[in-house]
Design a protein around this ligand. Structure first.
Ligand code: SF4
Length: 368
């Protein structure tokens, strides 16, 4: 069933009695517009250039979508961000016009262009003097029902093949496919970690993974770079202390072995360093587990590989990701563990944003 995409109107968009309530109700949530973009459902005809890559959902402060790629009319490949709003005037209202984090915008994607007639349809001005075109979906899609249908069925009106997967496979088999994709996503991360460690050493690889995990889990209260180094130092010292010394790698392996299938044991030193439960889990999944898996592979350590496997299988689900919300609704699976949640992310990254319908692991044509 299509997800409900109507949400509460923002405070600045209270009903004007003269306008009537229908104007207010006709605004979708930003998450629905973002889902349409990330699923590749925004019709190509409304874009000012061919889109080569939809990008990924932004995490933490900054644009909603990062690292999209387009082929500009000049023939130049351009990589940049996409900012999503319900109404175009939110760009200035939210302070983005003076914020350097929005200087690399490729596109300003809105439901409604509510700017004065002289500006309507024009670009937004960015810090540094650049311009980003504004595309208003309401002009093309017309109604929330149409946006809903586009998210679920695609611009052509055809249902995506995976819509039937719940009926044909059932939730357990669908979740198993997603968990397999989650395993692949983590294995790819571990493989990259092993390559990184071969180049810079295990401790430097750990610091790189940890810094990335801290950045991506910072949310709206992101520290500056200096404060993040302090947090990373505290986490590293707490993890290393588990072996009674300064050998971080030995300590991490030792803690992983002792954890069994209890992620809380692996995360205990991270929590002691002051991280909250949610952030600690992100650090565990994105930094500790890839390093443990890479260590086990690098040294043919079967015991450590088994320990990592038990932790991965038991790792709890993160809070729902906005970027996979629409796909989870299509296949009617609620992630109950991290593997399923990351399987949804991998499907999204590898198939949904690249026209993979009919060929992806959730399409009936490839079943069995
Ligand atoms: S690529 Fe696969 S999972 Fe994604 S929308 Fe198409 S059929 Fe569904």
């Amino acid at each position: 069933m299509p997800a409900t995409i109507l949400t509460e109107p923002p405070a600045h968009y209270r009903p004007d009695p003269a306008e009537g309530a229908s104007t207010v109700e006709a605004l979708p949530g930003e998450s629905a517009i973002t889902a349409a973009w990330l699923l590749g459902r925004v019709p190509a005809t409304v874009l000012p250039w061919p889109l080569l890559r939809a990008g990924r959902a932004g995490r933490g402060p900054g644009p909603d979508i990062r690292e999209a790629m387009a082929l500009l009319p000049s023939g130049v490949l351009a990589s940049g961000d996409v900012e999503v709003h319900r109404v175009a005037t939110d760009f200035v209202r939210h302070g983005h016009a003076a914020d350097p984090r929005y200087a690399r915008l490729l596109l300003h994607l809105v439901w409604r262009d509510d700017r004065p007639a002289a500006e309507r349809g024009g670009p937004v001005r960015l810090v540094g003097g650049g311009l980003a075109p504004t595309v208003a979906l309401e002009d093309t899609l017309g109604s929330l029902a149409r946006l809903d249908a586009v998210i679920v069925r695609g611009p052509s009106g055809r249902s995506e093949p995976c819509v039937d997967t719940h009926a044909t496979r059932g939730e357990a088999e669908t979740a198993a496919i997603l968990r397999a994709e989650g395993h692949r996503r983590l294995a790819e991360r571990a493989w990259r970690t092993q390559r990184l460690a071969a180049e810079v050493g295990w401790e430097a690889a750990w610091r790189t993974l940890l810094d990335r995990a801290l950045v991506s889990s910072a949310g709206r209260r992101a520290e500056g770079a200096a404060a993040r180094v302090t947090v990373a130092d505290a986490v590293t010292a707490a993890v290393a202390a588990e072996s009674g010394g300064n050998d971080l790698v030995r300590a991490l392996a030792k803690t992983a072995r002792a954890a069994g299938s209890r992620p809380a044991v692996l995360l205990a030193p991270v929590r002691r360093a002051g991280l909250g439960e949610r952030r600690a889990r992100e650090v565990g999944w994105n930094a500790m587990l890839p390093l443990v898996v890479a260590l086990a592979a690098a040294y043919d350590d079967l015991g450590l590989a088994r320990a990592a496997h038990a932790l991965i299988e038991a790792w709890p689900a993160p809070p729902p990701y906005g970027r996979t919300q629409a796909l989870a609704g299509l296949v009617r699976v609620t992630p109950r563990d991290a593997l399923t949640a990351h399987g949804l992310l991998r499907m999204q990254e590898l198939w949904c944003t690249r026209g993979g319908c009919g060929q992806c692991p959730l399409s009936p044509e490839t079943a069995g």
